[in-house]
Design a protein around this ligand. Structure first.
Ligand code: UD1
Ligand code: MG
Length: 450
């Protein structure tokens, strides 16, 4: 049976004090809304309607696709008159159906599929209301109960001092019987502190109709924390990051300091990977077994082989072969492939370059738009001069080449296998295999020097 959900994401997010819609703010490399959609997907919800503002609408399909939805429907709510009004707007666009419908706040990125599934468990009720007991005073709506059933929700702003003492909060995740939701929401007014149409008023309306509202109490209140300002955003990001670190540690990754290790969802680590402090790993990076990343490193969309060391370095949109050593202080930029056992480090920048197995570039070098053959050694201070002021050009270097320190290789240029450049050579013409060149501009060494 297909399950439908409405996600509430049109709110202005006034408390964020931001030009950006609240649910687009990122935690651990993903927009807030991504987490909510991922949780729904994990719970098997197949059809999602997002209540959106005009600013959010253009971003929806991209976030949906990245969270695993081929399509999400959008319903524009303009103006935004409250969560009840948001649901009413969505229901007006959806063909009425029998059965259950999930309603979920878009600002609860810590929610997971398990909790959504718990709320979806079949039962004799008009509404399964997810709640959580919270140790702290909070701005959440208070859940008023009569025994095992819920009778109404009172928003913190509208609550009496006595009601504020209630420690059971409304999470913002609801599984309604759809026809009963339609009937109740039609009766909701806006006579409250914010003059808004509250979704939470449907609970009192359902009670008045004699309907059963069953609470589903979350095991851990942290999984339902809402994000309303940037302090809560940082708190939620820290919790998500901790969750990601724990997941990988349990799967066999050593993380020396989870508090300064910043991960994103959808990373892949082999066995016995070690991550050292102050390290950020994101954009679907993959790290092979026995590799060590960090300290002070950043991987973005990086594919790292096995037994690799990346220390104090940055690798973006690139791959690093097995047994390679990168760092300290290397910057491997987009489109680079570093071969097996290569050594790159001490202030070396590599951009859009293929370095074959065993290449060494150990000091103060720029290799851009270049190909280097096996075992080639790049001396300190070598620069591929790839830009002539208008266009980029390629440098092709063969195998077993020895580039002397401080060489400038003016592209386009090719250096054949086994060739050598002397220190300070400015190479402006191709060098045949085995040839030795020196000087500015570089010329072949005389065969015999008397
Ligand atoms: C809401 C609940 C509160 C609950 C808390 C949990 C209501 C009235 N209150 O309060 O009981 O404890 O969530 O986090 O529902 N939105 C729209 N259109 C609107 C207004 C809001 O789509 O017109 C969306 C927002 O983008 C947001 C969600 O609904 O994602 C919740 O709105 P928010 O203003 O954050 O409600 P809370 O005050 O947090
Ligand atoms: Mg909120």
């Amino acid at each position: 049976m297909s399950v439908r959900a409405i996600v509430l994401a049109a709110g202005k997010g006034t408390r964020m004090k931001s030009a950006r819609p609240k649910v687009l703010h990122e935690l651990c490399g993903r927009p807030m809304l991504w987490y909510v959609l991922r949780a729904l997907g994990d719970a098997g919800v197949s059809e999602v309607t997002v209540v959106t503002s005009a600013e959010l609408a253009p971003h929806l399909s991209g976030i949906g696709a990245s969270a695993g939805y081929a399509s999400v429907s959008a319903v524009l709510q303009e103006p935004q008159l409250g969560t009840g009004h948001a649901v009413l707007t969505a229901l007006a666009q959806l063909a009425p159906a029998e059965g259950t419908i999930v309603v979920l706040n878009g600002d609860m990125p810590l929610v997971d599929g398990e909790l959504v599934r718990a709320a979806l468990a079949p039962g004799d009720r008009a509404l399964a209301l997810v709640t959580a007991r919270m140790p702290l005073p909070s701005a959440f709506g208070r859940v008023v109960r009569a025994g095992n059933l819920v009778t109404r929700i009172v928003e913190a702003r509208d609550a009496t001092d006595e009601e504020l003492l209630i420690d059971e909060m409304n999470a913002g995740l609801y599984v309604y019987d759809e026809p009963k939701l339609r009937a109740a929401i039609a009766e909701v007014g806006n006579d409250n502190a914010q003059a808004e149409y509250y979704l939470t008023d449907t609970i009192g309306k359902l009670t008045a109709r004699g309907e059963r509202i069953v609470p589903v109490v979350a095991d851990d209140y942290r999984s339902v924390l809402g994000v309303n300002d940037r302090v809560e955003l940082a708190d939620a990001a820290a919790l998500i990051n901790r969750r990601l670190c724990e997941h990988h540690m349990r799967a066999g990754v050593t993380i020396a300091d989870p508090a300064t290790t910043y991960l994103e969802p959808d990373l892949t680590f082999g066995a016995d990977v070690t991550i050292l402090p102050n390290t950020t790993i994101g954009r679907r990076s993959r790290v092979g077994a026995h590799s060590e990343i960090g300290p002070n490193s950043r991987l973005q969309n990086a594919t790292i082989g096995e037994h690799v060391i990346v220390a104090d370095s940055v690798v973006v949109d690139s791959s690093i072969g097995d047994f390679a050593y990168v760092g300290p202080w290397a910057h491997i930029r987009a489109g680079s492939a570093i071969g097996t056992g290569a050594r790159i480090g001490n202030f070396v920048e590599v951009k859009h370059a293929k370095l074959a197995a065993g290449v060494k570039a150990g000091h103060l070098t720029y290799l851009g738009d270049a190909t280097l053959g096996e075992r080639t050694n790049v001396g300190a201070g070598t620069i591929t001069c790839n830009f002539d002021g208008t266009e980029k050009h390629e440098t092709t270097i063969g195998a077993d080449v020895f580039i002397g320190s401080n060489s400038s290789l003016v592209a386009p240029v090719t250096l054949g296998d086994g060739s050598v450049t002397g220190a300070g050579a400015v190479v402006i013409r191709d060098v045949p295999p085995g040839e030795r060149v020196v000087g500015n501009p570089a010329r072949p060494l005389p065969k015999k020097i008397s």
